[in-house]
Design a protein around this ligand. Structure first.
Ligand SMILES: [Zn+2]
Length: 160
């Protein structure tokens, strides 16, 4: 059996950046389970999962365009502190929901200067080339119910 549209696959991963720094890893945790073809993992990785089988180990290099997107300078803004009503202590690293051109976006505070707050609406991994070390651990066909819901049920997946 190979990974194809509507497969439910489980895999272990270690994600590193261009410098070899580990950004995220499933090591010591349950493998990640996803429904293939449903856009639950970044497009560049999903593409390279196609046709893989249990036991396959490989490196998937993913460009920003097929990862978390390119970095948009226009998503970095300076807003007055009054915009954060009810928040008394604004610190770099804090995250807020904001309104972007395409609806709700998450913004991260990058700097606070007097009454100015600098925010960044880019995904933290925007603009980065991603390097995934992948090991496929499990593979099966999705159930009718999973296909109807568009997500995985059961161990490692979604619970109702
Ligand atoms: Zn469901």
């Amino acid at each position: 059996m190979q990974i194809a549209q509507n497969s439910v696959a489980a895999f272990h991963y270690t994600l590193t950046d261009d410098e070899g720094q580990v950004i995220d890893s499933s090591e010591g945790r349950e493998p990640l389970t996803y429904l293939h073809g449903s856009g639950q993992i970044v497009p560049g990785l999903e593409k390279q999962m196609e046709g893989r089988a249990v036991g396959d180990k490989f490196i998937a290099d993913v460009s920003p365009e097929e990862g978390y997107g390119v970095h948009h300078a226009e998503l970095m803004q300076e807003v007055p502190r009054e915009a954060f009503q009810g928040v008394t202590d604004i610190q770099p690293g804090m995250q807020f929901q904001g309104r972007g051109p395409q609806g709700e976006i998450n913004v991260t505070v990058t700097k606070v200067e007097n009454d100015k707050v600098f925010i960044d609406g880019n995904h933290p991994l925007a603009g980065k080339t991603l390097h995934f070390a992948i090991e496929i651990t499990d593979l099966r066909a999705a159930t009718e119910e999973e296909l109807a819901h568009g997500h995985v049920h059961g161990a490692g997946g979604h619970h109702h």
